[in-house]
Ligand binder design. Structure first.
Ligand SMILES: [Zn+2]
Length: 415
């Protein structure tokens, strides 16, 4: 499950939050196609929502589903029973704090996984310096603090206990916060306010304008494989970089760029981050996660000495939890927010009515679209010009049959 704000243009200022779901039984990347995603709830209102108003009846409906399961009759009149469970809850940091009723990432005690307090360093932000002995939060600690905060809070007055502001209804469906409340790699690492964005800004501000231009040219001159739908921009447009461009930069361009243009001390340090994220993004063997964990720990240990204590934001602190998250739920590419972003874009495109009840209008259109049967056979143009092959079952056998004699004659192959 994942929740995020949706930017819907209206003449009046309104907040819109969607909660969506991914079915983990569908293998990636098919699970990320919009038609395989589920819209669970939509909040549309004047105020920033609480977790209760964001969800409405959703938690109770999920509990019923968990108890009863789901029974479906297919076109052959066969009855199929599904058990239902929720594996993870994934959000960006502001939404995560609202949903789990914990302090925001720029406040003290913002971590769901540990009890590090954080330091302000005489600034409006809170930093989480590297430490290898801070106390982890157990599930008992989390629930105990949440109950204490709830019992001491009154209408209009919230009591905060160790950063926690009360009992979230999510505790009814997730039994272990540190296992089920996962961190999102897209926002924490690849977003403009994520770690790679901060690093790039720092590198560019500390190099000469000539080197910065050469670095930008290096990125622009990179030959990108034709099947990667990314067009890199100049560093002068860094603020307009999308997360998928920063992800591509991090995974494929950053390391040679750093080695070529930045001092050896920076490159020697950055390689630890680069390798660990490359491993956690996609690994061949699960034992490689141990290497990534060690590299990340060393990276965080040396970070303040190289970039200063004000580089140790919560988005750096949370990196330490990625290795265990991958062990429990799979590589980062399978749990990142990238596909959710495109699903939110699809939901926005469903809005047909510009005047009344926008939330209801989007939900209505969504339900309508999911019930309409569409012929999704791909044409030859789709296959060979648009390169839309993502599921072999969509290939039209009729179209293919026209070419079979020619293929067999030319290449002596059977299909
Ligand atoms: Zn922590």
């Amino acid at each position: 499950m994942h929740s995020d704000g949706v930017n819907i243009m209206t003449t009046k200022h309104r907040h819109c939050y969607a909660t969506t779901a991914t079915i983990l039984e569908i293998p990636p990347p098919l699970r990320d196609v919009a038609k395989n995603k589920i819209l669970l709830s939509l909040y549309f209102g004047r105020k920033q929502p609480s977790v209760e108003s964001m969800y409405g009846r959703l938690i109770d409906d999920i509990l019923t589903l968990k108890q009863r399961g789901l029974t479906v009759e297919n076109e052959k009149n066969e009855i199929i029973n599904f058990n239902f469970r929720c594996q993870t809850d994934k959000n960006d940091l502001p939404c995560r704090a609202v949903k789990w009723k914990i302090n925001q990432f720029n406040e003290n005690y913002a971590c769901t996984h540990c009890k590090q307090e954080g330091n302000t360093l005489n600034s409006p932000l809170v930093y989480y310096p590297y430490s290898d002995n801070h106390v982890l939060r157990t599930q008992h600690d989390f629930v105990h603090a949440a109950k204490l905060a709830a019992s001491r809070s009154k209408p209009g007055y919230v009591t905060i206990v160790e950063g926690i502001k009360g009992l979230t209804p999510l505790l009814k469906i997730y039994k272990n916060v540190t296992e089920h409340c996962i961190f999102d790699y897209m926002h924490a690492v690849c977003g403009g306010s994520g770690h790679i964005g901060h690093l790039l800004q720092k590198w560019l501000s500390h190099t000469s304008s000539t080197t910065a231009t050469q670095m930008s040219d290096f990125v622009l001159e990179t030959l990108i494989p034709h099947d990667v739908k990314v067009i890199m921009k100049s560093f002068s447009d860094l603020e307009w970089y999308k997360s998928k461009e920063l992800k591509f930069f991090l995974l494929y361009i950053s390391m040679p760029l750093v080695v070529k243009f930045l001092p050896a001390a920076i490159a020697n340090h950055f390689v630890l981050f680069f390798l660990s994220i490359r491993i956690l993004h996609f690994y061949e063997d699960v034992s490689q996660i141990d290497d990534a964990k060690e590299f990340l720990q060393q990276y965080r240990k040396e970070l303040a000495a190289i970039y200063g204590a004000k580089f140790e934001l919560y988005s750096v602190h949370l990196l330490q939890y990625f290795p265990n998250q991958c062990r429990q739920h799979g590589a980062l590419y399978t749990t990142s927010y990238f596909s959710e972003e495109s699903f939110l874009g699809y939901l926005k495109s469903l809005r047909k009515n510009t005047t009344v009840k926008i939330g209801r209008n989007i939900f209505h259109q969504y339900l309508l679209q999911t019930t309409i049967h569409k012929d999704e056979t791909l044409t030859l143009e789709n296959l060979f010009i648009d390169e839309q092959i993502y599921d072999s079952t969509y290939i039209s056998k009729q179209e293919l049959n026209k070419f079979l004699p020619l293929l067999q004659q030319q290449f002596q192959v059977n299909i």
